[in-house]
Design a protein around this ligand. Structure first.
Ligand SMILES: Cc1cc2nc3c(=O)[nH]c(=O)nc-3n(C[C@H](O)[C@H](O)[C@H](O)COP(=O)(O)O)c2cc1C
Length: 225
């Protein structure tokens, strides 16, 4: 399975989320290519629509994005590895999402549920999944915006996902008794994905649970502050 990781963390290789993603990729038994957004030059979309009108499919910017688009459209699986920032993704990840515009056409189409979308310029088989970690111990009132954005951007409400609550624990040595079993579970999720194309409901349920009880975790962060 040709797998591309887009690491949206400004921390680059030191990212908590990348630890999760590497565990998942280990379960996939594949060598994934990792693009660190922090090391790429991705200029912000200027909204000129040149990629829709004057030069369909081609952006005015000359930076690293054409290479990203090429890799992204030829991968079987794209893993968006991103921390949660202000209930969404960091600006450098969002800059890449905005610059996906040349892959779409200006026409607007309606979905049955009332949503509107731009059809893609070329059909491709790429699956997109989300691996994200966050600093709070709760998903509700935290992940709604990112999940909605991802589902609408990639026209798939049922996209594969791993949302790790309390992700900073992954980088704290004393938290290893909680973090290592979680990473092993993420690897298992990768193995399931390889075998059956999805994460089993049992594994998903365990992945959705926080590593530590929220009260204990919150008390620990108060001590660190
Ligand atoms: C600017 C900023 C905004 C953040 N916003 C949120 C947030 O909305 N919800 C949350 O649970 N954690 C939030 N966090 C915490 C990060 O998601 C968390 O530390 C994560 O583990 C970082 O992952 P990384 O090491 O892969 O970058 C934020 C962190 C920063 C620096």
């Amino acid at each position: 399975m040709k797998t591309l990781v887009i690491n949206c963390s400004p921390k680059g290789a030191r990212s908590d989320c990348l630890k999760l993603t590497k565990a998942f990729v280990k379960g996939l038994e594949t060598d994934a290519e990792i693009l660190h957004a922090a090391e790429l030059t991705i200029r912000p979309c200027t909204g000129c629509y040149t990629c829709w009108r004057a030069t369909p499919g081609v952006c005015v910017h000359h930076d690293d994005m054409p290479e990203v688009l090429e890799k992204l459209t030829t991968a079987d699986l794209v893993i968006w590895s991103t921390p949660l920032y202000c209930y969404s993704m960091p600006a450098m990840g969002k800059a890449i999402i905005d610059r996906l515009l040349p892959l779409t056409c200006p026409e607007q189409k309606a979905c049955e549920d009332g949503a509107t979308f731009h059809p893609t310029r070329q059909e491709n088989h790429t699956r997109h999944m989300l691996i994200s970690g966050c600093g709070f111990p709760n998903r509700t009132h935290n992940y709604e915006a990112l999940l909605t954005q991802f589902a609408l951007t990639f026209h798939n409400e049922d996209f594969p996902r791993i949302l790790c609550l309390e992700a900073p624990l992954l980088s704290i040595e004393e938290a290893a008794p909680a973090a290592l079993p979680y990473l092993a579970l993420v690897q298992q999720a990768g193995a399931e994905f390889l075998r059956q194309g999805n994460i089993s409901p049992e594994t998903q349920q365990r992945l959705d649970a926080p590593m530590l009880p929220p009260e204990l975790y919150r008390a620990g962060t108060a001590q660190q502050a």
